[in-house]
Design a protein around this ligand. Structure first.
Ligand code: UN1
Length: 478
């Protein structure tokens, strides 16, 4: 068989149909071949995870600690190499790729620590002589389905807590980014995971994903991806009475008030809307600007956008890498047309760019004169496209910000304590940012949203225990 990277099932690397992993900055560059798992292999992976669960869920915390610790250390030691692989397969800049890799290491470090901090409560019963213990136990086999836009950090923030609390895993990464997923599983298995605890099944959602989602042996399902897919997976899970956690889209507002520090506001929007090529569920896509600062802000922002260098992700001078693939680029271009047809003004960007190599380069786009009922203000585009909505004052801004069926992240640029405080209390979002971009979050605090953005318990930090464990209440008469 060729040297393609294989799936990992029950402690063994297993061959499958070899599929090329293509660099979006240079489509002639094939990063490697990765095996596509078939439905039978996905079932084998679930069986292996199920068989491994009893022993792993009872393993000593120090064993799990050591494995997660060693994984963290190796990821950190290899951050440049893994960051480069990430940027090469996903297209975010090298700085972003390395930064994301460091974040993955930090997540494993955090959950290594959590293995040693497992605790419960003892509570006196209402009945004399009876004691009550409240403890958390592993849930079972966790199905982990991850997206392409954070190829190492999102797998890390699902795999690390799953393993920390004693669950076993069937992991299906997005088809576009098997490289980081494979590297992560390779690191974890060499760190000492017993066979069957972590199983990697790369491949198609319609084949591998389907088997995971429909299996009665998968006790919990965690997914990050598009809203329609997340909603469908939550329904499938409900049919099986299975625990599920869905992180879906956003249409995140960023308000710029007249009293904002202009440089801070421009910086927040540039980062939030365009860094990582706008391919983040936390991206700022609705920029809600108070009338009194609108023209000055838009002029400063468009100057900043036009100065951004768009190019090969691996070129250190690049600030905005390519769009992930041809179909995402075509979708972004559709939205550029849709916005114009709806009457928004395309102030700058949106066009395809050619570079030395064949890739999916697009100039960051800014629409002005938008209203909040336009499709470009309601639907998640998932690209470097933002829509400016002019409003009269803070009250109008808050109303527009909350007028969306999403509710992931919401930001505001203001120097007013009064407005900042009011916004933190009244923004209908899971995460609120004051004078900070809507995207780019810490790794040790809860991540998640409201409304159509998220379903189920929060991810990250200590809140992750809510999904990855199940509570037991034990009574003793002594
Ligand atoms: C971030 O903005 O730092 O898929 C993280 C996503 C999110 C992660 C965003 N789940 O874009």
């Amino acid at each position: 068989m060729s040297d393609h990277k294989q799936n990992f099932i029950g402690g063994t690397w297993v061959a499958g149909e070899a599929t090329p992993n293509i660099n979006p900055s240079n489509t002639a560059d094939i990063i490697g071949h990765y095996a596509r798992a078939d439905a039978a292999q996905a079932r084998d992976a679930i069986d292996a995870a199920k068989a491994a669960f009893p022993a792993w869920s009872r393993s000593a915390p120090l064993e799990r600690h050591g494995i997660l610790r060693r994984a963290s250390d190796e990821i950190l030691a290899r951050k440049d190499e893994l960051g480069q692989l990430l940027s090469r397969e996903e297209g975010k800049t090298l700085a972003e790729g390395i930064g994301e890799t460091v974040r993955a290491a930090q997540i494993f470090d955090f959950f290594a620590g959590e293995t040693l901090r497992l605790a419960g409560e003892t509570v006196p019963s209402v009945r004399p002589g009876v004691g009550v213990e409240v403890t958390r136990e592993a849930v079972g086999v966790v199905g982990v389905i991850t997206p392409w836009n954070f190829p190492i950090a999102i797998p890390a923030w699902k795999l690390a807590p799953a393993l920390c609390y004693g669950n076993t895993v069937v992991f299906k990464p997005a088809e576009l980014v098997p490289g980081c997923a494979w590297a992560l599983v390779d690191i974890l298995q060499r760190a000492g995971l017993p066979e069957g605890v972590l199983n990697l099944v790369m491949g198609q959602g319609s084949v591998v994903g389907q088997v995971i989602v429909q299996s009665v042996d998968v006790d919990a399902l965690t997914f990050t991806g598009s809203q329609p897919t997340g909603a469908a997976l939550a329904l499938e899970s409900a049919k099986l009475m299975r625990k599920s956690q869905m992180e879906m889209g956003g249409k995140n507002p960023f308000i710029v008030l007249a009293d904002a520090d202009l440089d801070v506001a421009v910086d927040c929007v540039t980062q939030g809307a365009y860094f990582s090529t706008g391919q983040r569920c936390t991206a700022s896509s609705r920029i809600i600007v108070e009338d009194a600062i609108h023209d000055k802000f838009v002029a400063a922002l468009s100057e900043r956008i036009n100065a951004l260098s768009v190019g090969d992700a691996l070129d250190p001078a690049t600030q905005i890498g390519p769009v992930v693939d041809a179909s995402q680029l075509a979708q972004n271009e559709d939205y550029i047309q849709i916005g114009q047809a709806e009457g928004a003004r395309l102030l700058t960007g949106g066009e395809r760019l050619s570079r030395a190599t064949e890739g999916f380069f697009q100039r960051p786009a800014l629409f002005t004169d938008c209203t909040n009922d336009m499709r470009i203000a309601r639907e998640e585009i998932f690209g470097p496209v933002a829509a400016v909505i002019r409003v009269a004052d803070y009250d109008a801004a808050l109303e527009v910000a909350n007028d969306t069926h999403f509710g992931l992240s919401a930001g505001i640029a203001t120097t007013s304590l009064k407005f900042a405080t009011h916004f933190k209390r009244n923004a209908e979002a899971g995460m609120v940012m004051v004078n900070l971009p809507t995207a780019g979050v810490d790794f040790h605090v809860p991540f998640g949203g409201r409304k159509a953005s998220s379903f189920g318990p929060r991810e990250q930090g200590r809140y992750a225990a809510e999904f990855y464990t199940t509570v037991k209440t034990a009574y003793t008469l002594a």
